[in-house]
Design a protein around this ligand. Structure first.
Ligand code: ATP
Ligand code: ZN
Length: 299
């Protein structure tokens, strides 16, 4: 039996979100032994239990208040919300934080050989999809007739197999569409993974833990975008160097032993540093440039 005092977080067991979800928890200092193939894993150092399930089950677990938190794609959440609304079931949730991974879009695609002259070209088409409710909503708002059927896998091969005229599927790079001779014609929903919470009352102790987790997640996300930069710069070019490094306005400047023309600069840049910037720095006379990743940040 699960202990009600511990926070329950649902995440995808295996799939596109599972690796990033695990990594995020680990960077947030939640230690979990995921080795065993069990439904529930327990954190040893924090009162958190991880429930690992199919991603499609996570919105329901949140909305039915079986778990406190979930990490899931917004596309799956929105699809379940629409399904439940039609069935008049409880469908509340709170998105606490978008997580910057699992980024994708739900798009309509048709064979390259077909003409596309705007949305009305899709009139009366037969569309294969795993997301019937998002698809239906998109067509309903635009008042266009269409037909659909559900495929929970291999959606992209439906047109070449002669099963459908178009598909409505998740796209990230577009490589799968291209490999199947399809072109993307409409984006119907943009999505990324998010941390979602059950609605309603949450015990005070759990709330404190959730806030701690959100702060840590934000720290991890901020650190991911930031870099620690160390370099040796000519003393006469400090302003030029600073203006090349965005988000690093207040560097630490220290003397270099046995050197009078150059100083050492250390700074945190809120943006990644591209090769082009490093080449420009070098042209200014900067040397010994080091760009280091940052693991965690707290301000
Ligand atoms: P499960 O077995 O858990 O039901 P699944 O096959 O339904 O897994 P995945 O393919 O692992 O799901 O995708 C999980 C989520 O990853 C998607 O719902 C979406 O939010 C996100 N995602 C990001 N990029 C893509 C992509 N190119 N194709 C599909 N999903 C993507
Ligand atoms: Zn799924």
């Amino acid at each position: 039996m699960l202990n009600n005092n511990r926070l329950r977080l649902a995440m995808q067991k295996s799939g596109r979100l599972s690796k990033d979800s695990k990594k995020l928890l680990s960077l947030c200092g939640v230690n979990i032994d995921f080795k065993k193939q069990q439904l529930i894993s327990f954190s040893e150092n924090m009162p958190i239990d991880i429930v690992r399930v199919r991603d499609d089950d996570i919105p329901g677990l949140i909305m039915d208040k079986v778990v406190d938190l979930g990490i899931v794609g917004e596309n799956v959440l929105e699809e379940e919300l629409l399904r439940r609304k039609i069935e008049c079931k409880e469908s509340l949730y709170n998105i606490l934080q978008r997580l910057d991974f699992g980024i994708c879009r739900l798009s309509l695609a048709i064979p390259n050989s077909k003409q596309y002259s705007g949305f009305s070209s899709l009139k009366n088409m037969r569309i294969a999809t795993s997301y019937p409710y998002l698809l239906q909503q998109y067509f309903d708002i635009r008042k266009l007739q269409f037909r659909f059927f559900i495929l929970n896998g291999s959606v992209e091969v439906a047109p070449s197999a002669g099963l459908s005229d178009a598909i409505c599927d998740l796209v990230s790079t577009g490589a799968t569409l291209e490999a199947n001779g399809l072109k993307e014609v409409e984006v119907i929903y943009s999505s990324q993974a998010c941390l979602v919470a059950q609605p309603g009352y949450i015990m005070h102790a759990k709330k404190i833990l959730i806030n701690k987790l959100i702060n840590r997640i934000q720290g991890v996300m901020k650190a991911r975008e930031s870099k620690y930069i160390m370099l040796h710069a000519p003393s006469s070019k400090l302003q030029e160097v600073i203006s090349l490094l965005h988000g690093a306005e207040h560097p630490t400047i220290s003397r270099l032993a046995g050197e009078t023309d150059k100083v050492a600069m250390h700074m945190v840049s809120s943006e990644t540093v591209f090769w082009e910037t490093m080449e420009k720095l070098k042209a200014l006379g900067v040397s010994a440039i080091l760009v280091l990743p940052i693991e965690k940040m707290m301000e």
